[in-house]
Design a protein around this ligand. Structure first.
Ligand SMILES: *Cc1c(COP(=O)(O)O)cnc(C)c1O
Length: 460
């Protein structure tokens, strides 16, 4: 099953916490299910992986969400990454309100687009960017550009890395390493998946084998800069540099997907953790989430000679009616300008505090776990072993996670409703919000301990 943000959620299981019919969330969910598949507009929101009823959120401020029943939660989803500054930040709100008052879309070039592009070029190694409206559109366009630039068709990706719902990237490994992939969901043509090679993450030998067999047909390799869509699974030291070099040797482009990590893992995104230090640069990068400041805005960018192949400068076609929308680019620009070094230091410290409190609580309750992090992003795997690829992530105890999740929710902390997701904090997560998380942890850890026995049938 495909998540919002990740390639997997667990199959639905018998649900002891059935929709509470008396709550406004429960009633809204019933109405939503009558008119929308699964009652949601992106799958992981539906709680299928953890059971129960999603809370319908009415408003949010800073680190806090308020649902339609008036319950408050510390938000550790942060819209799956974008809300770096917290919800309803006064300066972002003021800039957006002013932008709306000037009209919401013109279909002409505008100043905020130029300023946001300049900000992204200043923070990252890309020389030029093109705006789109979603991360999916960014990776789809980057792949088309890589194919147009190289004149080749094959794409290499890693199992467990999510790049949006692009046909060629919703593919699963075929029956052996370096063979062509099969559709990852009904609706993806075998021909689209057949242009993709899916490899295990952090596996250099598999990458070498794929390039040895197909190197002259590979347009690009795409990877999350540091995977966050199977939980946080950092690249082993030097892995991204190895990928960049392997691509270079074979005339393929190295595409680093920073839709989640961009302007989030560090000021310079995931690239700030390795490339900026080691001195290599991706050929293309994709961005989304934080750079939209809570609005639909995303981008792809990279080497000037590659980006110059894009229409109208070059022959590779790409376009969008709302691309670079003035309200969305204003929200993104204001967010990035406010995302100072102090903000990233706060995010680092907050993530470290919450992460170590989670570890303490799980240790005390005797629950096997692994905390993994990349810059300001972190996640907790409910299992004993270090996770270095999707197979490892799939070995975790999702029953324990579901119990933990619901105990946290009942105690007023809204975690991502899937064991395969990163946890997100914001600049607005202050002492009160962090303390509320810390207070909720011991009870949730005990709930997880009580649920760990019945593991069979809950592994993917
Ligand atoms: C969220 C995400 C996407 C897709 O972005 P959407 O805006 O949801 O289409 C692509 N790549 C990565 C790494 C993501 O985390």
């Amino acid at each position: 099953m495909l998540g919002d943000n990740g390639p997997v959620t667990q199959p639905h299981r018998a649900d002891p916490r059935a929709t509470a019919p008396t709550s406004h969330s429960g009633a809204l969910f019933e109405r939503a299910r009558a008119v929308t598949p699964g009652g949601v507009n992106s799958p992981v929101r539906a709680f299928n992986a953890v059971g129960g009823t999603p809370r319908f959120i009415r408003s949010a401020s800073g680190a806090w969400l308020t649902d339609v029943d008036g319950n408050e939660y510390v938000d550790l989803i942060c819209s799956w990454g974008p809300m770096l500054l917290g919800h309803a930040h006064p300066e972002v709100q003021a800039a957006v309100t002013a932008a709306v008052a000037r009209g919401t879309s013109y279909g002409t070039p505008t100043e905020p687009e130029v300023e946001l592009a300049e900000e992204i070029v200043a923070r990252t190694p890309v020389e030029a960017v093109r705006f789109v409206s979603s991360g999916t559109e960014a990776t789809m366009s980057a792949i088309r550009l890589a194919r147009g630039f190289t004149g080749r068709d094959l794409v290499v990706k890693f199992a467990g890395c999510y790049h949006g719902h692009v046909d060629a990237l919703l593919a699963s490994a075929g029956s052996g390493l370096a063979t062509l992939a099969v559709p990852g969901t009904p609706g993806v043509p075998a021909s689209a998946a057949g242009e993709t090679i899916v490899l295990p993450y952090n596996d250099r030998a598999a990458v070498e084998k794929a390039f040895a067999e197909h190197g002259d047909r590979i347009a690009c390799l795409i990877t999350e800069a540091t995977p966050g869509n199977m939980g946080i699974v950092p690249p082993e030291p030097g892995f991204n540099a190895f990928l960049a070099e392997t691509c270079r040797r074979h005339g393929a482009l190295f595409v680093s997907d920073e839709v989640m990590t961009g302007f989030r893992a560090t000021r310079q995104g995931g690239w700030g953790l390795d490339g900026a230090v080691e001195g290599w640069v991706p050929d293309l990068m994709t961005f989304g989430k934080v750079m939209g400041g809570g609005f639909p805005a995303a981008a792809f960018g990279g080497r000037a000679d590659v980006m110059g192949r894009l229409a109208p400068e070059g022959p590779v076609y790409q376009a969008g009616t709302l691309s670079g929308n003035p309200v969305a680019t204003t929200a993104g620009l204001t967010t990035l300008r406010l995302a100072t070094d102090e903000v990233y230091a706060h995010l680092d410290a907050t993530a470290a505090t919450i992460g170590s409190a989670v570890v303490d609580a799980l240790v005390n309750a005797g629950v096997p776990h692994r905390l993994q992090s990349a810059g300001t992003m972190f996640s907790v795997f409910f299992g004993d072993d270090e996770v270095r690829d999707f197979e490892g992530a799939s070995r975790q105890d999702t029953t324990a996670f579901a119990a933990f999740f619901h105990a946290m929710l009942d105690a007023g902390v809204y975690l991502p409703p899937s064991a395969y997701e990163a946890w997100f904090v914001s600049a607005a997560h202050d002492d009160r919000a962090v303390q509320a998380v810390i207070d909720a942890l011991p009870g949730a850890a005990r709930a997880a301990a009580g649920a760990t026995d019945n593991r069979e049938g809950n592994r993917s």
